[in-house]
Design a protein around this ligand. Structure first.
Ligand code: AHG
Ligand code: MN
Ligand code: MN
Length: 335
């Protein structure tokens, strides 16, 4: 195919023509893309590669780890620790931050990731993914501490995800809109397949785990209740529902054709603000969605404005088509 723009060329152009990314960040993103390729290969092997099933261990959040959670985490660490572009990493699968070992050069960026999102879908051959967020290390010569990671999402310098589905697609923002790259397996490289991704402001599709309905708060019950009333209700139109149970795949659908995704706080665990993690799930997705013209809130405020207080902090999430996110957020204001 003529005029194919590879991931590398896209980044070089972002670096030289648009001035969005320094060379070290370009290297970082290349390395993350390479790690995602490797994870994609492991995912594709499935039972043949012995990668399915549980690892018989738990992460810091008390969730049972799957073999692929651990494999993907190791792939991302090994790929990123030696290149000199990072100071430290943080992951859903590690209790505390991972400092680049002393034997390697250090860089000025911090990388956070959910190495394998949608773990419950691994063994049933449904789309899963990797989510990542890049922050700049605060200035100063001292070593990196966990507190250095606790920056609001609006301070991200790059964010993205890779979805391992019928195609492997990498979706990226460096603050200049959203671009999608499809993995060409013969060439072994990601190729730009959509630039300037835009989420339509209106939608007739929502994504929420309906089995939790009885535990929701009133504003969520009201919003979904009105959607379910369809043409005869206050919304005057029928809605459709999708729930893949991999945030990455649900968000990718919204990036592609619009929709609203919700994982709200609920009464099952009232002391937790939500299920999803702020730093490496909600923040990168919120920035991508905003960069594509959508919106992302926790019901009260823009997710990107939340000042984090701990690495594995959880958050309520409402994101996607702007008018729907604005509506469900406004229902919270009227409480
Ligand atoms: P992870 O596999 O990284 O722990 O994340 C799973 C998350 C998210 O991807 C998905 O939207 C949600 O959990 C599904 O939760 P339910 O099983 O409660 O529907
Ligand atoms: Mn996840
Ligand atoms: Mn995960």
């Amino acid at each position: 195919m003529a005029n194919r723009i590879s991931f590398t060329r896209y980044l070089v152009e972002q670096q030289h023509e648009h001035g969005h990314i320094p060379a070290q960040l370009r290297l970082l993103l290349e390395v993350v893309a390479r790690a995602c390729k490797q994870i994609s290969m492991a995912v594709n092997k499935g039972a043949l590669g012995g990668v399915l099933g549980s690892a018989d261990s738990e992460n810091v959040q008390g969730e049972v780890q799957k073999k692929l959670d651990i494999i993907a985490n190791e792939v991302l660490i090994e790929a990123n620790e030696w290149g000199g572009h990072l100071a430290a990493m943080a992951s859903e699968e590690m209790d505390s931050i991972y400092l680049v070992p002393n034997r390697y050069p250090k860089g000025e960026f911090l990388l956070l990731f959910d190495p394998l999102d949608g773990s419950s879908n691994i063994d049933v051959n449904v789309s899963i993914g990797t989510i990542f967020s890049v922050l700049k290390k605060p200035d100063g010569d001292r070593g990196v501490e966990e507190g250095d990671f606790l920056q609001a999402g609006r301070q991200q310098v790059a964010a993205g995800y890779c979805v391992y589905g019928p195609q492997t697609t990498l979706v990226l923002t460096v603050g200049d809109g959203v671009a999608m790259f499809t993995l060409d397996r013969e060439q072994g490289s990601f190729v730009l397949t959509q630039d300037n991704v835009q989420i339509p402001a209106d939608t007739k599709e929502f994504a929420i785990n309906m089995s939790n309905m009885r535990h929701w708060d009133e504003p969520v019950k009201r919003y979904i209740g009105e959607c379910l009333e369809g043409k005869d209700g206050p919304r005057g139109k029928d809605f459709n529902m999708r729930w893949i149970a991999s945030m990455v795949a649900d968000v990718h659908r919204i990036m592609t054709r619009g929709g609203v995704f919700m994982y709200p706080w609920d009464k099952r665990e009232p002391n937790k603000p939500g299920k999803l993690r702020l730093m490496y799930e909600a923040n990168p997705m919120a920035w991508l969605v905003e960069q594509a013209g959508g919106a992302a809130t926790n019901g009260q405020q823009r997710i990107l404005d939340i000042a984090p207080s701990k690495l594995h902090e959880r958050v309520s999430v409402f994101l996607g088509s702007k008018n729907e996110v604005d509506r469900v957020t406004s229902y919270h204001e009227k409480l």
